[in-house]
Design a binder for this molecule. Structure first.
Ligand code: PMP
Length: 411
């Protein structure tokens, strides 16, 4: 890479970093972005503005505050829809990816025949496993898992075999441990050939780039706001209009109906039918601001994050006693900037503790991916996850602290 290019990327990352108040106050090397990302000033301000200036509930009141809240809420929905190249009424606000996946498992689970099957990959986060297991318990159907390839992405041949005859396929767009990005179009095609509904968990992908779920062939797509610079307590469930309309009832309450009487209720049209109760209104203001902010992140800063992750992968692999998991991206298997590793013989929490004492914030444990950990023959690992505000100092601090940890803990 040329010096000019490196300088451009470094400068872009520093500009992005300047937007994050928490990083101005603290010298922390924050590499836990896959758990939750830090919030830029514009997002903090948008949330504060809603609470200070509007505050009202949505979809109910006729007074001025209520009208302003309705307007902001509709705008936020339109912002999310535009980012996903979708229509406004295809966007359902949830409290997070987990809530979206539970809603889908509750609803779609009702459509799976007894003795039918839901197919998942072995790399899924528990949020994309447990809701299906709960639904399977109720519906008497099976959950089948397909393996990952050595680069950490779904093994398509194995997926083809496992998906055969399944009614629902649910898979991550990008994995939270390997960082590998799945070939969603190919998986969508396999699901379609089997007449299965195709659910995509975009929690780890959206922070790094907006997807166009309809174009990718998904029926449903979920993500969480807090991993993409928005507040926590907000998530998005996108569904094709027809797919949303066909979902069996799974939740209900204020706002989700047109009429209720003693005998029953008539459901409202989606998205409100799927947003029972007071939605996370201030959070939608934050999410809309976060999306606007993400759209302005310079490409060079995103590239910088990817390069830092790749350098971390290479540098960590050189440390005696450390082992980087998965072979990583490459041109045909892109990765989001996540690197997971183990120090042989050491507990990941001990490793994280040593890193934390040196101001390096990473995550250790099973990462809510126990089936994957089991398949890898480990109980947990350490994960460093990069964002466009991370810089070379963060990388150096990570590598130096990991060296010390490996030296101290290696048995
Ligand atoms: N899916 C994946 C791939 C994730 O990484 C996470 C969060 N760790 C989730 C789902 C759940 O997200 P949330 O806790 O925000 O609902």
């Amino acid at each position: 890479m040329t010096k000019t290019k490196t300088a451009e990327m470094t400068a872009a990352a520093e500009t992005v970093r300047g937007n994050i108040p928490l990083l101005q106050k603290s010298g922390e090397h924050y590499l836990d972005n896959a758990a939750t990302a830090l919030m830029p000033q514009t997002v903090l301000q948008a949330v504060a503005n809603y609470n200070a200036e509007t505050r009202a509930n949505v979809g109910r009141g006729l007074h001025n505050f209520a009208e302003a809240a309705d307007e902001q809420f509709a705008q936020a929905r339109a912002t999310v829809a535009a980012a996903l190249s979708a229509k406004n009424d295809e966007i359902v606000f949830t409290s997070g990816a987990t809530a979206g996946l539970n809603l889908l498992a509750n609803a779609l689970g009702q459509t799976v025949a007894k003795n039918g099957a839901v197919a998942l990959s072995l790399g899924e986060h528990h949020s994309n496993i447990v809701p299906w297991q709960i639904a399977a318990r109720r519906g008497g159907f099976a959950i089948r898992f397909f393996r990952l390839a050595p680069n950490g992405a779904a093994d398509l041949e194995e997926a083809r075999r496992i998906i055969r005859g399944a009614s629902v396929v649910a898979v991550a767009h990008a994995y939270n441990v390997s960082g590998a990005v799945n070939d969603i179009s190919a998986l969508a095609q396999i699901a379609k050939e089997n007449g299965a509904k195709f659910v995509v968990d975009g929690a780890q992908y959206i922070p790094h780039g907006f997807a166009a779920p309809e174009k990718l062939g998904a029926d449903f797509y979920v993500f969480s706001g807090h991993k993409c610079y928005a507040p926590n307590g907000i998530g998005v469930l996108w569904g094709r209009k027809k797919s949303l309309a066909e979902l069996p009832d799974a939740i209900g309450g204020g706002g989700s109906i047109t009429e209720v009487c003693e005998k029953g209720f008539s459901a409202a049209e989606p998205p409100r039918r799927l947003e029972a109760g007071t939605p996370p209104i201030s959070q939608t203001a934050g999410l809309a601001a976060a999306i606007a902010w993400m759209q302005n992140i310079p490409q060079a800063a995103k590239e910088n994050a990817r390069n830092l992750a790749q350098s971390a992968r290479e540098e960590l692999a050189k440390i005696p006693g450390a082992r980087v998991l998965f072979s990583g991206g490459g041109e045909n298997a892109p990765n989001v900037p996540i690197v997971s590793f183990v120090v042989e013989g050491a507990h990941p929490h001990d490793c994280c503790q040593i890193l934390a004492e040196r101001g390096v914030a990473v995550r250790g444990g099973h990462h809510c991916a126990q089936p994957l950990m089991r398949a890898l023959g480990i109980s947990g690992c350490v994960r460093a996850s990069f964002a466009p505000y991370n810089n070379d100092k963060d990388l150096r601090a990570l590598v130096a602290a990991a060296k010390e940890a490996a030296h101290i803990l290696r048995r």
